[in-house]
Design a protein around this ligand. Structure first.
Ligand SMILES: Cc1ncc(COP(=O)(O)O)c(C=O)c1O
Ligand SMILES: NCC(=O)CCC(=O)O
Length: 427
């Protein structure tokens, strides 16, 4: 059993200075009845804490580190870049290079803007959809999470779902009034919404593969319906691929499903572990951004050279990657873990898309937020406690997704299957 003494002391100190001792609530291990673990370093698929414990990491900084921690190529590119300075607030060649690299992988992004987080990317995409259409209403889906901007923390997943809140004090009602929410994967509900409000809807934002209420892939007919309705009503379709981008497939969910949105938002993997978000899409829409157009967007550190370098180096390596290797490992993991749950009589469902994976303690179907709410969360938290004490660093909430990196080995997978099996026996 692991000793967490130094992390416990570090957390006592941290809570004096930061609310909950953290800089993002999902790190606080709410609900899992232990203090968060303080990290000392990471290398490839492994994480090392300040007490000297090591973990096979399936959080990977909540998604970005598809090449694992401190990938040698990314680190050496960063070292070379940092000697020339860290930020200029003026154009650099690396910004165009990252844009070209992204476009070669996600061709629907005819033009784009770099920002510093996924939140900024989705916030700016929503403003652009409103500015472009001259309409105010935005549609989002219950349990999807698009960062913490005012318009989008309505019926949201991730930390809000973990903490059991559906929006936040401080967001004016007049703003959330313009955000319409409907159940995910519900073709009839979205059809009805468009019948009632169609011509007032500026845009629809969706996680095409939802990863913030556990992992729930969008159904193809649902995403096709969104494409059809937005086209019909002159609304902007925004695929929020902050999580799914370069993860479910090199070309994101839009590549996987063959459905092209008007705008796409990216984050996480696109920054290779440094702070990057991107929004982009049709030239006709993007040219409305300042200074070409009048929809305002800016950022002191947008397009930061270190962040661009990490992104370019990561994406360039991913272009050479065979994603089926990742899928094969998760196919095997899923098959073995599911079989073990069945043998132990534990209601359980495990799934993955590309390098995103997740599980629910239920044997029912899980297609939307209500379905997740009906799963057995006590078992989830019991499993988490067992896993972390036995060397797996894994998403700490049923409203999150776990990830795999290109560095995880067959041995890591075998160890992980064993931890699941042993944990099931204790339940
Ligand atoms: C789909 C999605 N959109 C947006 C965000 C917000 O990104 P960030 O945390 O970088 O602001 C996240 C994750 O946090 C996300 O998963
Ligand atoms: N799935 C949710 C996130 O990735 C968010 C991470 C954070 O807010 O720290």
């Amino acid at each position: 059993m692991k000793n967490f003494e130094k992390s416990i002391a570090a957390y006592k100190e941290a809570v004096r200075y930061m609310p909950g001792g953290v800089n993002s609530p999902v790190r606080a291990f709410s609900n899992v009845e232990m203090d968060p673990i303080f990290i000392e370093r990471g290398k490839n698929q492994y994480l090392y804490d300040i007490d000297g414990n090591s973990y096979v990491d399936y959080v990977l900084s909540w998604g970005p580190l598809i090449l694992g921690h401190a990938d040698d190529t990314v680190i050496s590119a960063l070292k070379e870049t940092i000697d020339r300075g860290t930020s200029f607030g003026a154009p650099t060649l690396v910004e165009t290079k990252l844009a070209q690299t992204i476009q070669s992988i996600v061709p629907s992004m005819e033009m784009m803007r770099m920002v510093s987080s996924g939140t900024e990317a989705t916030m700016s995409a929503v403003r652009l959809a409103r500015g472009y259409t001259g309409r105010d209403k935005i549609v989002k889906f219950i349990g999807n999470y698009h960062g913490h901007s005012d318009s989008l923390i309505v019926d949201a997943g991730s930390g809000l779902a973990t903490l059991d809140i559906n929006t936040s004090p401080g967001v004016p009602k007049s703003i959330t009034y313009e955000t319409l929410t409907v159940p995910y994967n519900d073709v009839e509900a979205i059809q009805r919404l468009f019948e009632n409000f169609g011509d007032e809807i500026a845009g629809v934002i969706v996680e095409p593969i939802a990863g913030n209420m556990g992992l729930i892939p969008g159904k193809k007919e649902f995403l096709q319906k969104l494409r059809e309705l937005t086209t019909q009503h002159g609304s902007v379709l925004i695929f929020d691929e902050v999580m799914s981008g370069f993860r479910c497939d090199l070309h994101g969910a839009q590549g996987l499903y063959g459905i092209t949105p008007d705008l796409t938002t990216l984050g996480k993997v696109v920054g290779g572990g440094l702070p990057v978000g991107v929004f982009g899409g049709k030239r006709e829409i993007m040219k409305n951004i300042t200074p070409e157009g009048s929809v305002y967007h800016a950022g002191t550190l947008s397009g930061n050279p270190l962040a661009m370098t990490a992104g370019i180096t990561t994406l360039t390596q991913l272009k050479e990657e065979d994603y089926s290797n990742i899928s094969r490992k998760l196919d095997y993991l899923s098959e073995k873990v599911q079989a073990s749950a069945n043998r132990n009589g534990i209601p359980f469902t495990i799934r993955h898309v590309g390098s995103m994976w997740g599980y629910f303690f239920t044997d029912g179907t899980v297609e939307n937020f209500d379905d997740v709410q009906a799963t057995n969360k006590d078992n989830f938290y019991k499993f988490f406690n067992y896993a972390i004490r036995n060397g797996l660093y894994i998403a700490s909430s049923p409203f999150e997704t776990s990830f795999l990196s290109t560095k995880h080995t067959d041995d890591d997978i075998e160890k992980t299957i064993q931890v699941f099996s042993d944990a099931f026996k204790t339940m």
